[in-house]
Design a protein around this ligand. Structure first.
Ligand code: AVJ
Length: 471
């Protein structure tokens, strides 16, 4: 072929054979060209075609399925496979008929987003993230933080669509409501971290107190090589107490934090990896349902599954039993579930915990409207929606609302929606269920679990429950 090409070059001043070029050089030649020919007789030209599209250079292509799949059936620049005469005709036309060349060019420019390198890199990253399975660190090496970290984000593509759909459904329904899982974007997660330090919000400190006391107890129930899985890990501050204990004993630990906030996950795991050399992390950014699949992964030893912070309180009692049951179904006999549950108590303690003097909880609550403004081009005036937290004693739950102070309408541009509010009309944003010790026992039974240990803080406000699969 090389000889044939050289002969042609001698006879034809318009023909130049450049030989084999490294990819970078070939791309530079392509990018300077007015037209590209893809004369493939079989499959295999898709990458060349995409490079040309990315460079904004139109292609004359043989009509093979691989090219038709990219350019579409009606593209004007095809010639029949192997038909040199037809190709020559097209080349001549492209040289002499500017409109024809322009039409090819316009067609290919339209396809450019498909071949955008940034988009492609992102798609590859997503695909690789989904497929990566964590490897236990080798014995001799001291792997870097990066080597000990994997992040998967199972439902990321669906999440954005989901937010808009839920906002529409929640604000056009009656009574108006918004699901509390949407509190936790970057800003919301920060507000929640601040809530955990408020004097009125006793939950975090009470749980921390129990864990500080009992971490050794919990860890001693597990053999060397256990995996620690955490649902709703947040900043993982309390988890440190367990991680430290495991590492002190075993030298290494695999930790699988699951959280809806990807930014929070990345931040908290980075800190943990830097602090603990023996720690290996598989972070799952997603909702509980997506995390369940990862519970089934076999990590070798038994699993300790954490569900702390009374996160269970966001589900109603039936949902909580159902969710715990689905967790239980993925547990082996030796696995355990450690669940932090806030207890029923007097409203004079509960209501301030959800309506603090500094107004952080109010900001946390209103952040869901701020998020609609940010992500869906909403026009909520946050000042017109005061925060309200009520303890419903019959149901044993705190109910949070945003109440429209005035009669008003609010546009949400991205949803093409206008929402009317009466003065005093509320949006229900969260339930936080509280349990009696008896209700905890009932919850465990309904989920097919049994309470192996139960610890309370000294104030008797909060409980930590070690649950085992019941038979
Ligand atoms: C994260 C669900 C446990 O219900 O106490 C805190 C959320 N809402 N203040 C809770 C929350 C308002 C919190 N959980």
């Amino acid at each position: 072929m090389k000889q044939q090409a050289q002969a042609e070059m001698e006879a034809n001043p318009r023909y130049q054979w450049l030989g084999e070029l490294p990819r970078g050089k070939a791309l530079r030649v392509l990018a300077r060209s007015r037209l590209h020919v893809l004369s493939s007789q079989l499959e295999g030209g898709a990458s060349a075609l995409c490079e040309a599209i990315a460079c904004g250079v139109p292609t004359l292509a043989s009509r093979i399925p691989g090219s038709v799949g990219i350019l579409g059936p009606d593209y004007p620049g095809y010639f029949p496979v192997g038909d040199t005469q037809a190709l020559a005709g097209l080349l001549y036309r492209a040289e002499t008929d500017p409109e024809f060349l322009q039409s090819l060019h316009a067609w290919c420019v339209q396809l450019q987003p498909l071949a955008d390198p940034a988009r492609e890199r992102e798609a590859w990253q997503r695909l690789l993230d989904e497929m990566t399975i964590p490897q236990m660190a080798g014995p001799a090496a001291a792997p870097s933080s990066l080597e000990r970290f994997t992040l998967v984000e199972p439902g990321s593509a669906a999440a954005a669509v989901d937010f808009g759909r839920e906002v529409r459904a929640g604000l056009t329904g009656r009574p108006k409501r918004l699901p509390c899982r949407f509190f936790y974007d970057r800003e919301g997660s920060r507000f929640f971290e601040t809530i955990c330090e408020l004097p009125e919000y006793y939950l975090t400190r009470a749980e921390q107190e129990i864990l500080a006391e009992r971490a050794g107890d919990v860890v001693s129930r597990f053999p060397n090589g256990a995996t620690l899985i955490e649902l709703g890990s947040g900043s993982a501050a309390k988890t440190r107490l367990l991680i430290e204990r495991f590492l002190r004993r075993d030298g290494r630990l695999r930790y699988v934090p699951v959280d809806i906030s990807r930014s929070m996950l990345e931040e908290s795991t980075r800190a943990l990896l830097e602090e603990f050399a023996g720690l290996e992390i598989l972070a799952v950014a997603g909702e509980y349902q997506q995390a369940l699949a990862h519970l089934e992964e076999s990590f070798g030893g038994p699993k300790l599954i954490l569900w702390l912070g009374s996160n269970v309180g966001n589900l109603d009692r039936a949902e909580a039993a159902e969710f715990l049951h689905s967790v239980r179904n993925r547990m082996a006999v030796a696995d355990r579930l450690l669940v932090g549950i806030d207890l029923r108590k007097n409203r004079s303690i509960l209501e301030p915990a959800y309506d603090d003097a500094q107004g952080v909880t109010a900001q946390f609550n209103r952040n869901i409207l701020a998020r609609i403004n940010r992500e869906l081009d909403g026009q909520f005036d946050l000042r017109a929606f005061p925060h309200r937290a009520l303890y419903n004693e019959g149901e044993g739950r705190i109910e949070m609302y945003l109440v429209s102070a005035i009669s008003q309408t609010v546009r949400i541009t991205a949803l093409d929606l206008v929402i009317p509010f009466e003065a005093g009309e509320a949006i229900h944003t969260e339930n936080s269920y509280k349990y009696s010790l008896r209700e905890i026992g009932e919850l465990a039974v309904a989920a097919g679990l049994c309470v192996e240990c139960q610890w309370l803080d000294t104030g008797g406000r909060f409980s930590l429950n070690l649950l085992a699969p019941g038979f």
